[in-house]
Every structure is written in structure tokens, then in C-alpha cells.
Design a protein around this ligand. Sequence first.
Ligand SMILES: [Fe+2]
Length: 142
Amino acid sequence: MPIRWDPRFSVDNAIIDMEHKLLLTLLNALEVVLRNPHEKDSLRFFVDQLYESAREHFHHEEKLQLKYMFPYYEENKEGHEALIVELDMIRNEIYNFIDKPDSSQDEADRMSREINHVLRDWLVDHILKSDIKMKGFMNDAR
Ligand SMILES: [Fe+2]
């Protein structure tokens, strides 16, 4: 099941919300592509997009948090670092999968479950518990 944007995810900053929507969309796309794992170019494209978009987004958020003296900056940054470690591991697994000539649907399904349980839960949890505290701090900031 794809994860859908929900108004309760909103931090009341249009750009941050847009970036969160993009990350969720890329996660959904990656899960869909894993159902057709012979599409290795698409697999590489989406995992790279997700990784790069997440890095840029975290960097943008941290920059705004510092500028607006967000009191939970450290806690939020630690969450980002942990997410990047997870993402990096999943990206490497997907690269290995792509490079293996006899990669199977079972392996793709396993990675899909991993993305589903670990990455998605973690990202949504991060938005709902940590990013949400930005509400009211930087509403119109870019
Ligand atoms: Fe965020």
C-alpha cells in the first residue's frame, strides 16, 4: 500500500511539506519498482533520487532550524543522521542486487519489506514526532 500524504504531516511550511511529499513519493516509487526488479535502470534511478533528495532535504531543514533557532535542532539532526545510515545501507543492498546477474524476485521482495518496515516507518515517525515540532517556528521561511 502506498503511503499517502496526510495533513497531520504538515509542519506549516509549504517548501518543507513539498520536500516531505517528494520523499514519500520516491519511497512509494521504489517499492513499486521492486515489484519489477528486472527494471534495473529504474531501480538505480529511484534509489539514487531518494538518497539525494533526502540528503538535500535534511541539509535544508537543518539550515532553517539553525537560522530560526529551533530548540530541537540536535535531536532532529541525530534523526537525520540515523536515516542517512539506513538509506545508505539500503542503497548498497540495491546496488549489489543490480550488479548480480541472477538476482531473484525473493531478494527484491525482502528489500521491499525492509524499505517498508524500516525506512518508511522511520521517515514517517521522524516527520510526525520530530519535524512536527517545527510548526510555528519558520512558517514562511525558504
Ligand atoms: Fe524532514
